[in-house]
Design a protein around this ligand. Structure first.
Ligand code: SF4
Length: 210
């Protein structure tokens, strides 16, 4: 299988429970909930996306002919360090491309695999840390994982309904939108009202990392 990667780079994970961890970010091109084109945003199933996942032209991006080639690229970005190898597989929607061969190739090079999915596709087996971020109006089939990240506010989602899903951590993250103050207040209010939820901030944006 040929993998289409928008960009890949070494950074610190900025979100969620593993925030602060050194990681290679592997951003696949394409999503099943939006084309990525602005003219389609209003009619997309997900319309608050803050990520460019169109094409393969980003830094470290490209088309990779097979799993071993892509895993070698990830390892090159990571460097020689053997300890703490972590790759964050994201997108777009990574489950469109993350397959058994790539999971095996990354594990073979000593990487723990974290993945960030919208949950509308079943997660590939073997992922070491699964984050699901549900989008209002979509059918989430992946209701089990390590962290559930709710971008907030999202009309049409009831946090109480999500609390029965099988996740180790429930995180509420203010939406990156035109009204950030209101989004922050809404996220704080949710965490205060429902103790199962923890406030998660996008630390990479605060410190200026990609
Ligand atoms: S599901 Fe994720 S990647 Fe896809 S459009 Fe929404 S926020 Fe962006």
């Amino acid at each position: 299988m040929t993998y289409a990667v928008k960009e890949a780079f070494l950074t610190l994970q900025g979100e969620g429970v593993q925030s602060g961890s050194r990681a290679v970010f592997l951003r696949f091109a394409g999503c099943n909930l939006w084309s990525g084109r602005e003219q389609d945003r209003a009619t997309a199933q997900c319309n608050f996306c803050d990520t460019d996942f169109v094409g393969t032209d980003g830094a470290g991006g490209g088309k990779f002919a097979d799993a071993e080639t892509l895993a070698a690229h990830v390892e090159h970005l990571w460097g020689q360090e053997q300890d703490g190898r972590l790759v964050v597989v994201t997108g777009g929607e990574p489950m469109l491309q993350l397959d058994d061969a790539l999971v095996g190739a990354l594990h073979g090079r000593g990487f723990r695999i974290a993945a960030e999915s919208n949950g509308t596709l079943a997660a590939t087996a073997g992922i070491d840390w699964l984050c699901v971020s549900p989008k209002a109006g979509t059918e989430v089939v992946q209701r089990q994982g390590d962290e559930l990240k709710l971008v907030w506010p999202q009309p049409g989602i009831d946090p109480a309904e999500l609390e029965s899903w099988d996740f180790g951590h429930f995180l509420v993250q203010p939406m990156d939108c035109a009204e950030p103050k209101q989004a922050m207040e809404a996220a704080i209010a949710l965490a205060m009202e429902r103790p199962k939820w923890r406030l998660s901030l996008q630390a990479h944006k605060v410190v200026g990392l990609p």
